[in-house]
Design a protein around this ligand. Structure first.
Ligand SMILES: [Zn+2]
Length: 536
């Protein structure tokens, strides 16, 4: 009866209204649908326009014009939809208990962070992971067990070889770390006590983690004049330990060494050609950051802070230390000028944060010579030390390392309390700086390749096979961002500035960040390493 009117409505119109009413009451097909974005799947493929549908914590459908509504619909037209970024090297336990949402990372699109790098981790891991789980955090969290922490637990900070019995006890601690959920063993052979560890001991411990499916990640013994030997040592751990090995935050420090990345990358390529599973990670800055003690020679750092201070108060030893500090300032991470060393945070005098060694030396009433700057360094160390930023890396090395397909992105950052101290900007900017400066502005690598280095590559390396790629069945860790505007804002002068250009970040299917603000959601999970996978 077309055309018949019933209380002012045609039957056709009534049928349409009825259908709409039914549709409005029908359960949504999905919890969340991201509509019409440029989907960069993380595998390195160019983007394709598609919708991404999520149910609970997982991606359930991807395709153009997906039918079925989401409880929540996000318009991503014109924006990139990628897997959330995975950061395999962070010091996030600095700050996570104060900022459990890890805003600095999430606002860049990071959805998974790994801790326990550079040979340093809590021991045992299990109680610490329980604390993280109880805390409730925004991103996912994984750990490495630290070789330095293991050695310190057994030998203290002693500068000697381990006995057979001590090695057996250290192996047991590594095994326990893996059983607690570690993804592998980290080493920090530049730091005390890693610095006192012979290669064969490192290999013996790493092989325990390797035998349980873990990865070895190394802050190498030397990233300056000794960088080639250190790369060889990192390769040897993988080759002799028969396990995957990774050079972390690869860089070339000190002006006389600039350009050597050509040789280090060649060593890595040769090792891979003969079947050694070696890879690299990197942050995109020409300055590093660590304790100012890094300017002192290793022998001066043995034992406790009191031992270090005692050496500095003994005139002949102080003279030897000073000579080595001057050399570090000149040829190593001092970058040849006291201005290149900037204090990041200082517990005993927070006002030093942000000041450089030349300024502090002048404030102490001396000229900013290398000699006087060395005195300032020792003065700081005697009072309890400080963390510092060292400008001594060349842009050409950075870009050469970034271009290598075996290099992934990792921040080496922490979770800063917004506004406190003067941390390295890498905590706020690593991932978005690669996408803004090195992809869009300098065109060093293509966009899809950069995203691969932040998603599927770190996921594959750590064995997170349900993350790092956008595919049905994968966990719904998703970042939605504007490739035309994504950028870092944090600088060495003004580090407390969040990334821009990221619209929405989703962790395990829940929105943790959107339109410039963190949400209250804390869906991040503790992730467990290979010993917890069913196949093993
Ligand atoms: Zn490191």
């Amino acid at each position: 009866m077309p055309g018949q009117v019933f209380r002012g409505l045609t039957l056709t119109a009534m049928a349409t209204a009825l259908a709409a009413a039914v549709a409005a009451q029908a359960p949504a097909a999905y919890d969340l649908v991201v509509r019409g974005g440029r989907v960069l799947d993380g595998a390195g493929n160019p983007w394709a326009v598609a919708d991404v549908a999520v149910r609970q914590d997982a991606i359930v459908a991807i395709g153009p014009g997906l039918e079925g509504k989401g409880q929540r619909e996000i318009d991503a037209r014109g924006l990139v939809v990628s897997p959330g970024f995975i950061d395999t090297h962070t010091h996030a336990r600095r700050g996570i208990f104060e900022v459990p949402t890890a805003d600095n990372y999430v606002r860049q699109g990071v959805t998974t962070i790994f801790e326990g790098p550079d040979g340093g981790s809590p021991l045992p891991l299990k109680p610490f992971l329980d604390k993280i789980a109880a805390l409730g955090i925004a991103p996912n969290w994984g750990m490495f067990v630290g070789q330095g922490s293991v050695r310190e637990a057994v030998l203290g900070r002693a500068n000697r070889k381990a006995t057979a019995d001590e090695i057996a006890r250290m192996k047991q601690l590594v095994r326990e770390g893996m059983l607690d959920g570690a993804f592998g063993l980290s080493t920090g052979l530049f730091y005390v006590p890693g610095i006192f560890t012979p290669s064969d001991e490192v290999i013996a411990l790493a092989a325990v983690a390797g035998g349980m499916g873990g990865l070895h990640v190394s802050h190498m013994r030397n990233e300056a004049a000794g960088v080639l030997d250190s790369v060889r040592e990192t390769i040897a751990v993988g080759e002799q330990g028969r396990m995957p090995t990774q050079i972390t935050h690869h860089k070339i420090i000190g002006t006389p060494n600039w350009g050597r990345s050509a040789e280090t990358l060649q060593l890595v390529a040769e090792a891979r050609a003969r079947g050694v599973d070696v890879t690299i990670d990197q942050y995109p800055y020409t300055a590093s950051s660590t304790g100012i003690n890094a300017l002192l020679p290793p022998w001066a750092l043995e034992g406790s802070q009191a031992d270090v201070v005692a050496r500095l108060r003994d005139a002949p030893q102080r003279a030897r230390i000073k000579k080595a500090v001057i050399e570090s300032l000149m040829y190593d991470r001092g970058g040849g000028d006291p201005k290149n060393v900037q204090i990041a945070a200082c517990g005993w005098d927070p006002s030093l944060a942000g000041k450089n060694l030349a300024e502090i030396t002048r404030a102490r009433g001396a000229g900013p010579t290398l000699d006087e700057a060395a005195e300032t360094v020792m003065w700081i160390v005697e009072r309890g030390g400080a963390s510092a930023i060292f400008h001594a890396i060349d842009e050409a090395d950075l870009e050469r390392i970034l271009k290598d397909p075996v290099t992934m992105i990792a921040s080496d950052g922490e979770v800063p309390v917004f506004g406190r101290a003067s941390p390295h900007p890498r905590s706020y900017g690593t991932f978005v700086r690669v996408l803004g400066r090195y992809v869009r502005e300098r065109r060093v690598i293509p966009l899809a390749e950069a995203v691969r280095k932040m998603t599927s590559f770190p996921a594959q390396r750590t064995g997170l096979l349900d993350r790092g790629v956008l595919r049905p069945g994968m966990k719904a860790d998703i970042a939605i961002w504007d490739a035309a505007t994504i950028a870092d804002k944090a600088t060495f002068e003004q580090p407390h500035q969040y990334a821009v250009g990221v619209q929405t970040v989703i962790v395990n299917g829940q929105v943790v960040y959107e339109n410039g603000a963190m949400t209250p959601a804390r869906p991040g999970r503790v992730l467990f390493g290979p010993a917890h996978r069913p196949a093993r």
